[in-house]
Design a protein around this ligand. Structure first.
Ligand SMILES: [Zn+2]
Length: 216
């Protein structure tokens, strides 16, 4: 099985399929439904590996009367083998990415859906900290910072979606002087939700450009 679908493409596919399922439930006009189905199929085809039996079964499965939310979810799961997941990192690899952190709280790997993750993010609620590991110029970087316990409604700097966000103050080394500056951004409290909403990796890259630790 060739893994060719990126995690953020999978987020796009999921959003499109869920939209289609909601149209099937709420729109009565069969002509409008047909137009939306055709548009959706065209967009999905451009994201899926062509001439693959999984793709064909998936697309055929969508072309039914009254696609239910449950059936949509089942169909989406059939694509998982084709997704390039976020790598599972060992405690040693994570420690290397966060050298300055003593007693790094580890992410709850068994609960994480790596096929949905463009980046890894987890909270250390007790210490009001958030940790992020994300691809940046072809390698993984670690970002840590203070994470406010106060949740507000707002636009997330990473997924660009309105939701439950909190202020993240990245701790970054500003220059060769050894001083640290703090840069604040509002980002999703729940990084799992954030990843499911992340369809364009450019905003993540822009965010990392601002908050990444500078090398000496
Ligand atoms: Zn987000």
């Amino acid at each position: 099985m060739q893994q060719t679908i990126t995690t953020y493409e999978y987020s796009t596919i999921t959003q499109q399929v869920n939209h289609l399922a909601s149209v099937e439930r709420s729109v009565n006009d069969p002509q409008i439904r047909a137009v939306i189905l055709a548009t959706t199929l065209e967009q999905l085809t451009s994201l899926l590996p062509s001439a693959d039996p999984l793709t064909e079964t998936f697309l055929a499965g969508l072309q039914v009367e009254h696609l239910s939310r449950a059936r949509a979810t089942q169909l989406l799961e059939t694509l998982i083998p084709m997704i390039m997941p976020f790598p599972q990192l060992t405690p040693k690899q994570l420690t290397k990415l966060f050298r300055k952190v003593k007693k790094l709280k580890q992410p709850a790997w068994p609960e994480l859906k790596r096929y949905e993750m463009t980046y890894l993010g987890w909270n250390d609620g007790g210490n009001q900290k958030k940790y992020l590991v994300a691809p940046y110029h072809d390698h993984l970087i670690g970002i840590q910072g203070e994470f406010s316990p106060q949740t507000v409604k707002g636009v997330c700097a990473i997924c660009q979606t309105i939701g439950n966000v909190a202020l993240f103050l990245a701790t970054t080394k500003s220059s060769g002087l050894g001083t640290y500056t703090k840069k604040g951004n509002y980002i999703c409290r729940d990084s799992g939700q954030c990843n499911r909403q992340l369809t364009d990796p450019q905003a993540l890259t822009d965010f990392l450009t601002v908050v990444q630790p500078k090398r000496n």
